[in-house]
Design a protein around this ligand. Sequence first.
Ligand code: AMP
Ligand code: ZN
Ligand code: FE
Ligand code: FE
Length: 282
Amino acid sequence: MQPRFVDLHTHTTASDGTDTPRGLIRKAAEAGLAAVAVTDHDTISGLDEAEAAGRDFGVEVIRGCELGVQGQYGEIHLLGLWLPRDCAPLEAALARLRTLREERNREMLEKLRGLGIAVSYDEVLEEAKGESVGRPHIARVLQKRGIVSTFAQAFELYLGYYGAAYVPRSLPSPEEGVRLLAGPGVVVSFAHPMLIRCPAAWFNEIVPRLKEAGLGAIEAYHSEHSSRDERFCVDLAARYGLGVSGGSDYHGTAKPGVRLGRGKGGLRVTAALLDALKARRA
Ligand code: AMP
Ligand code: ZN
Ligand code: FE
Ligand code: FE
């Protein structure tokens, strides 16, 4: 039998991706993917449309979400996979996080104004098609207005950690984040751990802590992970009895080098990996 492939980390217009949920699932079908997890930042608003498209195009859609939490070495990202349809406490928490996002976005616009760059929040909302708004949307406005010549430059000069208009985001603690997502049938995965600039030994501290809070997997396969990173993550997961997840972190044209299901070209996440995660859901 031909191996089948999946992608367990994707973004849509509900957050900072550029494909609508339906468009994303259509692309997944065209790419021959068997299953896709839709994991927008701080919102689950794209999931119903994605699921409906999944039925139309014959793609298994996994309800997901990506959450940023504050770690010792910067942001840690968590993926919730198989989120329930009705999850009032999670939805309330995500709504609160989006409010904090808006406050932060407005503070960054205030800082830009101080630098002589007037961007209104309406312009940013115009750029954002969904309810989770962030720096990529502000970057696109700056680019369209010709204030920067590239998307990357918007981060270098203004929006990145060292940028002149940067404002940190207030985030939940790692344990809080895991507990928010965790629940019956949900698998919480530690997203792209190797993007964190930390000593390797720190994972032996943070991973057991997160497992205690309900972590179920580590995202070993990711567009930005080298094969060495993949091995490190697979070992880490084995050491702590966790599952392994994988996905491209596809954002459409917002991340031009990253293709759905294929990442930068070499990524392959098998349906067997998905089956192993499903076995852990109980
Ligand atoms: P936010 O959630 O508003 O803090 O924005 C975070 C998103 O901005 C990330 O998911 C990236 O897609 C993007 N981003 C962050 N830093 C950079 C950078 N230096 N260059 C390009 N994109 C970036
Ligand atoms: Zn994103
Ligand atoms: Fe992420
Ligand atoms: Fe992501």
